[in-house]
Design a protein around this ligand. Sequence first.
Ligand code: FM0
Length: 324
Amino acid sequence: MSKWVRAHTNIALIKYWGKENEEFIIPKNNSLSLTLDAFYTDSKVTFDSSLKEDQLILDGEKQDSIALKKVSTILDIVRDKADFTDFALVESINYVPTAAGLASSASGLAALAGAASAAAGLNLSSKELSRLARRGSGSASRSIYGGFVEWEKGTNDETSFAHPIDNADWDIGMLFIIVKQAKKDVSSRDGMQRTVATSPFYDGWLATLDQDLTDIKISIAEQSINKVGAIAERNALKMHATTLGAQPPFTYWTADSMLAMEAVRTLRKEGYSVYFTMDAGPNVKVICKQSEMSKIKKALMSYFDEEQIISAKPGPGIQVLENE
Ligand code: FM0
């Protein structure tokens, strides 16, 4: 019953930033993302009564207990549901273009949710898979689906899950600018916790979210790249503003991140439909028309090396790859 399962990563246009409940990963706000084709994880789970503990082999290398933590959270829920206690061997392969340095917890934990439930013989609906993936990492709840996806914050474990809102079958794409990283990031988990607990700007962030969500859903329905991009950009800037007010303060921006944001603004002045967003790290994601992507990539190459710029299109939801 072991099956390889593939899930793609997603990038939030309206960010998830802060938890109402830490144990169940219930967020403070709804978020909305685009699933992408360029980055994905394949996972296979084998439950085995002879194992003494859970094991994670990522890209052929055995991982330590820290890397196992989120994985075992999901495995424990699956074991509980299926009513057995066997430990598991988890094999995972991350497909990320060379040296991208992109964290892949969204695709990784979504693929794991699919693979673990299949291996345990649980026949979960997409909604249940989204709830399960959420317990490993909040953003993973959205990687169950392709295209544009909204994660409804809900109020508890039963009511907090993602659902698809548009298949993104229109002229939209994303370029990833992989900047040269100069410092160790604050993890998204620690960063959002510190921000909620200490930043006086956090309430201001929350106060404008409903408007951003309403506006972006209308703009997605209109297939307006300019509106979708502008709302995503303002939403990301507000999220990043909250970290400057935290105690101790922090930022994910490096000098290269700012160079990338400035390059996007310059290209916009030149007439391209181009906007940026950023997550819990220094890389910059550029929202643009698929039809303009190669020209924009060329223009960005006067600021960055070609191998630092990766093109992505809207990607699919979770899929089972084979039976064994
Ligand atoms: O993806 O603590 O899912 O909405 O990427 O594991 O639930 O890693 F920019 C930040 C993702 C946060 C925005 O947080 O946290 C987004 C972020 P966890 P995640």
